[in-house]
Design a protein around this ligand. Structure first.
Ligand code: PNS
Length: 169
């Protein structure tokens, strides 16, 4: 039986740290569903469809195998998606103790809700300081984010700052 793992996240936007964790998951599991989760409580910088498209391009450019596919989910619980596709494992990247503290209650809740286990993978320490929120901040203040994100994302952010949203000013 093939083992499906889901790598969920906001991916607003996808970073090189995410790509590294997805790559590691692809080496461990038969199939990996990268899942862009819509959070109605959070206003995102990158629209949901663009986040899915940027992930697809970034993973292709990184040479990840066809066993890795990108999906989105806005229909409720994350574990409902897992049940729908027959996935028994979630994969999360852990950069520090802060991530462990943040992820632990969610992992236990997901196991309690539907028996879905969470596997924590450690990214390359070179990405330990990289997060989507810092990328958004550095980009919005005119900094160079190319060292931290796939080229497709850097291009998307550069295009966006070239055409600023009037509401941002
Ligand atoms: O990239 P992020 O923002 O850290 O991702 C957070 C995400 C999407 C993984 C988290 O918000 C989540 O699991 N959302 C699904 C909502 C859910 O199922 N909640 C109940 C169990 S914890």
């Amino acid at each position: 039986m093939s083992r499906i793992a889901v790598v969920p996240g906001s991916f607003d936007p996808v970073t090189l740290g995410h790509v590294d964790v997805i790559d590691r998951a692809a080496r461990v599991f038969d199939e990996v569903h990268v899942l862009v989760v819509h959070n109605p409580d959070k206003s995102a910088l990158v629209p949901l469809d663009d986040r899915v498209a940027l992930l697809g391009r970034s993973l292709r450019e990184a040479g990840l195998p066809a066993t890795v596919t990108v999906h989105s989910w806005s229909a409720g619980l994350l574990v409902d998606y897992c049940t729908e596709v027959g996935a028994s494992v979630l994969v999360k990247g852990i950069r520090s103790q802060v991530d462990v503290a943040y992820e632990t209650p969610m992992a236990i809740m997901n196991r309690s809700l539907a028996g879905v286990e969470t596997v924590f993978l450690l990214p390359d320490p070179a990405h330990a300081h990289v997060s989507s929120s810092l990328v958004r901040q550095v980009s919005s203040l005119g900094g160079d984010v190319r060292p931290y994100v796939p080229a497709a994302v850097a291009d998307w952010l550069a295009d966006r700052s070239a055409r600023p949203d009037p509401e941002d000013r």
